[in-house]
Design a protein around this ligand. Structure first.
Ligand code: ZN
Ligand code: ZN
Length: 350
């Protein structure tokens, strides 16, 4: 619905936001640290919401973006695709959610709506999809605009900080988990933000979780056990019993043959990251027995709705370390060096 008070449909809030500045952490060129800048607050276009950001998660994908491992980013770009925000204005043609309502914005920021993938519910594979904090400016800022059709209500039981990691770690983790089918013994390689959430979902659904961390990372192993993993060791070790499926959240290609060696015949290895180092050659016998290796790419809106509904029912203990927006580079450094148990989240403190 357009705002009847304005011939162009833009709301009062979007009009008055023009010319007002905001803080943002910007990537100018891959390979450089983010730069704190003062930018004009964005104006929502048709179909978009203006969002006042309260918190934004820091994801490993942001490291891949900064390292130049993702092709053709919008540059300069504001990273961040785990946005928790309140609605602060409506673009033309949008009447809700109401001002002040809390919403979340994930990685998938838009899709074409008419290609063959969009038409059959696989909008995550749309060749014209646009991604938050990569091809659209994201959440390392005080304000952002987002396509209203790709913003989601968040379960009220989670604080802004705790809700942020649900939007990528949770969602992409959930999509990976869905592709593990009904595995009762589930291996998880790389015990960071996604793993710590999806392990809890798996355990709540009666599965047995075995966690594999960087070899020697006793803290991560203790963290996995604390969250209910039946077993946690370095990724250079074999599990005590064969796995039904394995989820790979670590971007390390050599884990693919390791995980294949650990799954039973008929088992699936799901690679959940957007980028991974090269997978080394491995003997065919590791794949033999109808084992399957697959990736999951991005997410669909259905994934978001399903996972957020699930997160509203299961009490997920979200472990998040917070940083002020201006300390985004420090948060990214801590994530890169494996110093974060769970997730890192930026807070805007307006
Ligand atoms: Zn992410
Ligand atoms: Zn499409």
């Amino acid at each position: 619905m357009t705002d009847p008070r304005r011939p162009d449909g833009a709301s009062e809030t979007s009009r008055t936001s023009r010319g007002v500045s905001m803080r943002a952490m910007i990537l100018d060129v891959p390979g450089r640290p983010l730069r704190l800048a003062s930018l004009e607050r964005p104006t929502p276009g048709p179909g978009e919401l203006l969002l006042r950001i309260r918190a934004c998660g820091v994801c490993r994908t942001d490291l891949h973006l900064i390292d130049g491992e993702l092709p053709k980013p919008k540059l300069p770009v504001i990273p961040g695709h785990e946005i928790v925000a309140e609605v602060a204005g409506h673009g033309a043609g949008v009447s809700g959610p109401p001002l002040g309502q809390r919403v979340g914005v994930p990685w998938l920021g838009g899709s074409c709506g008419h290609c063959s993938w969009c038409a059959d519910g696989r909008e995550n594979l749309c060749p014209d999809a646009s991604f938050t904090g990569y091809q659209r400016d994201g959440g390392y800022a005080d304000y952002a605009v987002a396509d209203a059709a790709y913003c989601f209500a968040l379960p009220t039981k989670y604080s802004d900080v705790d809700a942020a990691p649900l939007l990528c770690a949770g969602l992409i983790g959930y999509r990976a988990y869905r592709h593990a089918g009904n595995a009762s013994k589930l291996g998880i390689y790389g015990f960071g933000a996604a793993a710590h959430l999806i392990a809890q979902v798996a355990i709540a659904q009666g599965r047995r979780v075995m966690a594999f961390t960087r070899p020697g990372d006793r803290d991560a192993q203790a963290f996995a056990r604390e969250l209910g993993a039946a077993w946690a060791v370095g990724s250079d070790e074999a599990p005590p019993e064969p796995l039904d499926a394995a989820l790979l959240f670590a971007p390390v290609g050599s884990l693919v043959p390791a995980a294949l060696a650990a799954v039973k015949p008929g088992g699936t290895v799901v690679c959940a990251g957007i980028h991974m180092s090269d997978i080394p050659a491995f003997p065919y016998r590791l794949l033999w027995g109808e084992r399957c290796v697959r990736s999951v790419a991005n997410l669909t809106r259905r994934d978001a709705k399903e996972f957020l509904a699930l997160a509203g029912k299961v009490a997920l203990a979200v472990h998040a370390r917070t940083y002020p927006l201006v300390d985004a580079n420090r948060a990214l450094g801590d994530l890169r060096d494996g110093r974060i148990a769970g997730a890192a989240v930026l807070t805007m403190e307006h």
